[in-house]
Design a protein around this ligand. Structure first.
Ligand code: SF4
Length: 382
């Protein structure tokens, strides 16, 4: 279907679409500017409330296949035309550092009419013939957490994405439970997903640049089970995650390791240690090295990292461990203050780099494996 057919179908013309695009909130403008006029008009008609008489239009259409930018703030929307499907609300893994705890429910649950809404979105994306974009499962919930065993909504989503494959470029699944993907029905679906259908607009790009069209990002930040039990109490064991990664690799499924979040490690400045703050030394350099070596030995694509943020939950108290971690941050940052941005406290960047990130990056470098900051990882996913 050509773009002008879509325009006829929805009784709009390119001029009207482009006029709508001109009213977009400036923070979304760079996304529109990347496309040709027909595509711009289609994107504007699909994502913007074109019947509104407001001078400035934001992206307001509620849907399951969301336009995705975890880094959007008041001034910018830097991740471009990119989708996220949060298959569930909440997460049963209950990681103490989870950034979604600030706005997600405590218990994992299914969204009302998820399947119906998903199909509606996918049909509309096809009808509008939107340009293909990467899709991420999921940024605020683990798509393979325990509830998936009974509900299978992630499996359903993957199967539907296969039907609508030409409207998506990379498919990225982020999880702490990769062993779920080893069940035959998931594995078969994943293998189908590694190919783009004939005639896909980006087929040559992916082929020419040897970029995988699907990858699994497995989150594994600790090498000791005791430390994982402290920070990731509801997630599958480290051994289980490592074994599943090895099996996915044996099946030629591309995998990225997320050593995420990075935390402060001993020794802290002035001879203090994490135990002074009732916290384990969960990420010694030797422990991190084990994970990096594992990534290298198993031919993983690259490593993704970010430094832990201390979330200020909106409707509940801050978990004890994160309260302690905040005290560590305040101690490490002295005489500077923590930065409070986007609902969370962060270490000042120069301190985080020097104390936490740089020694870790050196370890990655010594194993010849690339490490990307999470934002860089997201933006470089085509
Ligand atoms: S697995 Fe991810 S979404 Fe789930 S609790 Fe842990 S950090 Fe949050």
């Amino acid at each position: 279907m050509q773009y002008y057919d879509v325009m006829k179908l929805f009784d709009i013309d390119i001029e009207a679409g482009l006029k709508t695009a001109e009213r977009v909130n400036p923070k979304y403008k760079p996304v529109f500017d990347k496309f040709n006029p027909e595509q711009r008009a289609v994107l504007a008609w699909y994502f913007l409330p074109h019947k509104s008489d407001k001078e400035v239009l934001g992206v307001t259409r509620p849907r399951v296949v969301k336009w995705y930018c975890p880094f959007a703030d008041q001034k910018e929307f830097p991740s471009g035309h990119r989708y996220c499907i949060n298959v569930y609300a909440g997460c049963g893994h209950k990681c103490k550092y989870c950034y979604a705890q600030g706005y997600e429910p405590n218990q994992a649950k299914c969204k009302d009419n998820f399947k119906k809404k998903l199909l509606k979105d996918l049909v509309e994306i096809r009808e509008f013939n939107l340009p293909p974009a990467p899709v991420h499962l999921s940024n605020s919930t683990d798509p393979l957490q325990p509830i998936e065993q009974h509900q299978k909504l992630t499996l359903y989503t993957l199967q539907q994405l296969l039907r609508y494959r030409r409207y998506f470029t990379s498919i990225v699944i982020l999880t702490k439970n990769p062993s779920a993907l080893l069940e035959l029905q998931y594995l078969d679906t994943l293998k189908e997903r590694t190919k783009l259908p004939d005639g896909h607009l980006c087929q040559n790009f992916f082929k020419d640049n040897s970029v995988p069209t699907l990858r699994i990002e497995v989150s594994l930040a600790f090498s000791s089970q005791q430390d994982a039990d402290f920070y990731d109490p509801g997630a599958p064991s480290i051994a289980n995650r490592m074994q599943a990664i090895q099996q996915l690799r044996q099946n030629d499924i591309p995998v990225t390791l997320r050593i995420d979040p990075l935390l402060p490690r001993n020794p802290l400045p002035n001879g203090s240690t994490l135990s002074d703050f009732q916290l384990p030394n969960a990420q010694s350099l030797a422990g991190l090295e084990k994970l990096v070596r594992f990534a290298e030995e198993n031919g993983m694509l690259h490593i993704v990292y970010s430094v832990a943020k201390i979330i200020a939950p909106r409707y509940k108290p801050i978990p004890e461990a994160m309260h302690q971690l905040k005290q560590v941050y305040e101690y490490v940052a002295k005489p500077d203050k923590l930065i409070f941005r986007g609902g969370s406290w962060r270490l000042p960047e120069t301190i985080a780099k020097k104390q936490i990130v740089e020694p870790f990056l050196k370890t990655c470098e010594s194993y010849g494996i690339k490490a990307y900051f999470c934002k860089q990882n997201l933006f470089s996913t085509p």
